[in-house]
Design a protein around this ligand. Structure first.
Ligand SMILES: NC(=O)CC[C@H](N)C(=O)O
Length: 360
């Protein structure tokens, strides 16, 4: 299938692994990128999404048709730069915002990230919903060459991306009586900020060396890119930590690794949850339904483990939060730090610090 609604001279292509070709206008860097093609239905927050290290290895399709309206500014960055491999959208717009220092297109070019605009993202998303996520390539090369490159490349689920986005050596931040150890598998800046705002010290440690933070008052496992099943050595170290019965929390990839540490099964969702308006029903603490930010392609099944479910996504029943009845362990599959997204669940950070306070 060949879908061209672009009318563009400067052509760019998205080729999916099943051979489908979308023709559009090349934006950003003049190069080819390969990754897992995933879509987000978030309507704002493209700078935060593109700089979220959890998107390493992925090509992001925006379902919102106009992307770029408020440009790009430093305070929107979730890491030191764009982490997504490529971008697919309908219209890359010119910004109108007092803080904007460049356009989306200029930013992508300066970051070495290719993108394709004027793609029929409705047709593309229907395809991904039907088939499930696929590997894809974006770039200026002819579709045949892109497909060839795609076929030679390893698949998303086989590659370990966490080392590319984790700190290499421990880093201490902030001041306070209590210390939270963050196992950095690609932590978003706003998560670190939520801890620092609450007056605790933070020690960021490399994803492969969680033990460098075992002496902190609580351990936090961050969000991050890739297949959690490749992190079984991290999960067994976390299982050792859990034996101390000290406070343990995880968000997204961190939630998945903690679940693995307790023996839960990991599975891949057909096309994932990526949005900033997904409901999450709290079955235990408040009984409320929150609107939350999601970015996950994998999910957990804690059946038969000591972990219990406290939150679910009501549309498909995906487990969105776990806790332990006798140990201070608490996780969220969704992103309570939002950024972008609604701030309904920031209380999660207070809850974890409450656990730490009680166990310190
Ligand atoms: N945001 C994240 O931490 C993502 C976790 C994992 N890579 C997933 O896709 O499910």
């Amino acid at each position: 299938m060949h879908i061209d609604v672009s009318g563009a001279n400067n052509r760019g292509y998205l080729v999916l692994e099943d051979g489908t070709v979308f023709v559009g206008r090349l934006i950003g860097a003049e190069k080819t990128a390969i990754g897992e093609v995933v879509f987000t239905t978030a309507v704002v927050g493209y700078p935060q999404i593109l700089t979220d290290p959890s998107y390493k290895g992925q090509i992001i399709v925006f379902t919102k048709p106009l992307v770029g309206n408020y440009g790009v500014s430093e305070d929107q960055m979730e890491s030191d730069g764009v982490k997504a491999e490529g971008v697919v959208l309908f219209e890359a717009t010119k910004p109108s915002h007092y803080k904007s220092v460049m356009t989306l297109e200029e930013w992508l070019a300066a970051s070495g990230i290719p993108g394709v605009a004027r793609v029929d993202t409705r047709a593309l998303v229907l395809k991904l919903r039907e088939h499930g996520v696929m590997m894809g390539a974006v770039g200026p090369e002819e579709p045949g060459a892109l497909l060839e490159a795609l076929r030679k490349s390893p698949r998303y689920e086989e590659l370990s991306y966490v080392d590319l986005v984790s700190v290499q050596e421990p880093v201490e931040l902030g001041e306070g009586r209590l210390c939270v150890g963050i196992v950095d598998c690609g932590v978003k800046k706003s998560i670190v900020k939520e801890f620092l705002k609450r007056g605790v010290r933070v020690r960021l440690v490399p994803c492969r060396r969680p033990e460098a933070a075992f002496d902190c008052d609580g351990l936090f496992l961050s969000n991050g890119p890739g297949n959690p099943q490749l992190l079984d050595s991290l999960a067994s170290k976390v299982a050792q930590y859990a034996e101390y019965k000290k406070p343990l929390m995880g968000i997204c990839l961190g939630h998945q690794v903690i679940a693995m540490a307790f023996g839960a099964r990991i599975y891949k969702l057909k096309f994932g949850h990526r949005a900033s308006n997904k409901p999450v029903r709290d079955l235990r603490f408040t009984g409320k339904t929150y609107i939350t930010t999601h970015n996950h392609g994998y999910a957990v099944d804690p059946e038969g483990t000591e972990l219990k479910v406290w939150a679910v996504q009501p549309d498909d029943g995906t487990v969105e939060g776990l806790y332990h009845e006798r140990q201070p362990v608490f996780t969220t599959q969704f992103h309570p730090e939002a950024s972008p997204g609604p701030r309904d669940t920031l209380w999660i950070f207070d809850k974890f610090l409450g656990l730490i306070e009680r166990h310190a």
